[in-house]
Design a protein around this ligand. Sequence first.
Ligand SMILES: Nc1ncnc2c1ncn2[C@@H]1O[C@H](COP(=O)(O)OP(=O)(O)O)[C@@H](O)[C@H]1O
Ligand SMILES: [Mg+2]
Length: 444
Amino acid sequence: MTERQVTTVSFGYTPRPIQAFLHQTKRQRKIRFMVAVCHRRFGKTRYALGEIATDGFECPHHNPQYAYIAPTYGQAERVAWTYLKEMFKDYPGVEKNEAKLRLTIPRYDRGDKITIWLLGAENPDSIRGIYLDGVVLDEYAQCDPSIWGQVVRPALSDRKGWAIFIGTPKGTNNFYTMYQTAQLNMTKHPELKWYAFNAPASRTGIIDADELKAAKAEMSEEEYAQEFECSFSAALVGSYYGKYLTEIEEKGYIGDFPYDPSYPVYTYWDLGVSDSTAIWFVQMIGEVYKVIDYYEMSGMGLEHYYDVLKARGYTYADHWLPHDVSVQEFSTGNTRAKTFHKLFGRVPRIMKKTKVEDGINAVRMILKKCRFNRIPTQRGLDALRNYERKWDAKNNIFQEKPLHNWTSHGSDAFRGFAMSVKLSDTVKVKTLPRDAIIDYNHWR
Ligand SMILES: Nc1ncnc2c1ncn2[C@@H]1O[C@H](COP(=O)(O)OP(=O)(O)O)[C@@H](O)[C@H]1O
Ligand SMILES: [Mg+2]
C-alpha cells in the first residue's frame, strides 16, 4: 500500500504525519505486534481506531472482527466510542449497538461486514472465545495484564491477527515488560514481526512549546518525565509499594524461592463474592516470609479454591480469611467461615478488621522480610506494584485512599497477611516434625 492511500483514509480521520508513519510502518514491515510508547495527547486513541478501521477495509478474510480495549469500560465509552461513531457518521449502513459498544460496518465490495467491539479490560467477557483479526490495547499500562494471555492472545490465533499495545509509561509494569519484549524481538527475532516505538513530546512536536512549559510548571519533575517524556524510570507516581518493591528486587529478594516441604504453608485470602478472590501462600522460615505462590480467580465457589489448594500439594498450617466471612449470609443462614470449615475440615483463622492505612504501613514494613518466588507470584506482584492512590482529577491531587481496580484483590489479601502477622500470635513453625505432617495434612 502506498503512502497516499494510507494518509487519505476516507472515513473522517486524517492521520497526522506521525500517525501516518505508524500506519505505514505496520503495513510495510508486516508488523504483527506493535508496542507504542507515546506521551499524553499524542493521538493514541484516534490512531488506534484509525488502524482498526483501515485494516477492516483491507482485511482479506471474510467478516473481519476487531476489539479496542481500554482499561475500563467507562473509558472506552467516554472517549473511543465517541471518536468511532464520528468516524463513521457519513458511511452508509453502519449499525450501532449502544448497549454493547459494538459497531458493524458493511463492506459493499465484498458483501460482508466489519465488526468492532469496544471493551474495558476489567470485563472482557464478550470477546472470550471469538476470533479477532486485530486488537488494540489502549493505555496498556493501566490495563489488567491478565487480559493479554487469558483472553486476547488466544482470540488472535485463528486468523493470525495483530495486536497494538499503546500507552504512556507507568513505572516498570506490564507495559514496560511488553515494550522490552518488542525491543528484544525486533532485533533478535525479526521473523516474529514485533515493532517497538517511542515518542516523547520533545520529539513529536504535537504539543506546542508553550503548552509543554505550562505542564512542566504544574507537574513534579517525575510526573512530567513520565507523562510527556515517556520515562519508565520515574518512580510510580501515586503507587503505594512501587518504591519498596524496587528496593527488594535490587536486593535479590524476588527470584527463585520455591516451596520447602519441611515447612508448612499459611494462606491469606481476599474472598470476593461477586469480585475476584486472591490467595497468597507463605512459609515462615526463621525471620523470613517466603512468599511461594499466589492464586487469583473470579466467579467460583469455595469448592474451587479447595481443589486449587489441594492440587498444589502443599502441607498447610492456617488459612486466614477476611473478617467479613463471619457475617451471616442472607441466602444460606450460614457464615462463609462455617461453609469453609465444613469443606476444608478445619476452622479458618479470621483476620482482624483494621484501618487501610495501618495495613499499608504494615505491608511496607514486612516487604523487607519477604522473599517472592517470582514466577508463581507474578500476578500478585503486579497487583502490589500497580496498587495506587485514587486520582482526584478535579483537584489534580491523589486522594488518601486506594483506587479500586484489578489490583485491589491481591493487595487486600497481602494487607491482611501483613496485619495478621503483626497482630496475631501466628506460631512460627521452624520445621515440620515428621509426624506433624499428618496433623497438618487435613485433606480427605
Ligand atoms: N489525526 C488527527 N486529526 C485531528 N485531531 C486529532 C488527530 N489525532 C488526534 N487528534 C486530537 O488530539 C487530541 C488527542 O487525541 P487522542 O487520540 O485522544 O490522544 P491520546 O489518546 O494520545 O490522549 C484529541 O483532541 C484528538 O481529537
Ligand atoms: Mg487516549
